[in-house]
Ligand binder design. Sequence first.
Ligand SMILES: [Zn+2]
Length: 467
Amino acid sequence: QFVKNCTKAVQKQPASSKQKPLPAARCCLHEMKFTLGTVTKCSGRLGALGGLDRLPALSLDTPAIIFHTKGGSIPHLSKEAMQHVATSDPTFLHLSISNTLHMHEAVKASRITIAEFIAQNNSVTMLFPRDPSESPIPGVPERESLPIYTRYGRRNITLTEYMEAVEAFRPDAYAPLYDGDTDGGSSKKREQKSLDRTEKFVEQCLEWHRKSEALQACSLIGPVVGGYNEKLREKSVEFLHKAEASFAGYLIDGLHMNGASVASLDGKAAVPIVASVCKQLPEEKVRFCFGAYNPSLVLDLVAAGVDVFDTSFVYVKAAQEHRALAFSFDVKAKPDDHTTELDTTDAQLAEDFGPLVAGCACYTCRKHSRAYVHHLHNTREMLGPILIMIHNLHHYLEYFKAIRQHVADDTLPELREHLASQKSLPPYVPKEDKIAVPAAVAQKDSTEASEEKEQLPDDMQSKKQRA
Ligand SMILES: [Zn+2]
């Protein structure tokens, strides 16, 4: 019904005279489709993603989240445990090459798609080069490849290896290989390199895609890079417009280095960049923006025009920081003295027999207490992160329902204000991670590496990288 309504709404809209004609469509009929619904004045837009021939009934109302996975599974949650979060299968899955590359040979030999291989044939599979919960390897990547951590250690994945894996997996949609490893601290030179490398990778991937029989049913997602440089962002969008391919959607990347640090990203710098990119992208195409953004920043990105996020925030909070999401998104609720997150390692919870969040309808909050979840952490029980993941996913899915309602009512600023009035916990500091390199040192290493690398000849660079 929603898609029907959206289609009607789009049909009613007069074609904008300013909009440039799209490049010759080379896509096939199977392409993932985005139907734009309402566009509001200050709260972003509503839409629906779906229309796949393989799964015609599937439709994802946007703004939405797709499920961040590791190796095709939602971390800590088996299929049975997921039934406590949602009654149906998770519909859209985010896969990354770093934790699926080891499946390549097996998938190729069995001649089935990745969706069948991970027993998620009823879900839409989307493959990307980066896992939003993992920070990339420090240093500047080599020219012809992208460094990734796999289950067998560090690997430099080449374009050929990437495309061979994509061909074997046949995901419903994928992004070409690209270099989006820039953040607010990246130099202009690094941002330019990220754009140059991305253009080269995308050109080669498109050529491969056009020639490949196996990929004809896969939709392409165009990566927009260029860090915090508006001109480079413009060039990146222009390049994708000129590329002789029809992208099903666009991925805005290069704002951060993924991982837990994204939660403290400075929105004042990132949001204007995203907003200006969104203005240059075709309105009728879906926009993705992945990373563990904090809930307030998500609202700013929605208002800027982003449609789809991922659930890496939920995973980072539950599995790495042992925190349950507790922020309120009910604007009618009275201001409470609780914080936006609950630290389940806090000794004060040892005798607290209330739910993680009062009034939450999730399985964890209905069946278990704060004291029990705290005890599971103390005894290192595997059930601990499972129960927090169930709660966090439920909370985040409900949050996105509220976001869609606020977009429909054009009242997103009200929700933003409500979130801002709540107290947050101090940033998480790992207690037991003695091996981890302090952030400042790691950053210094990476800066030094990037500065030195630019002057070193190739053989010395590889020696340095091995060292
Ligand atoms: Zn709950």
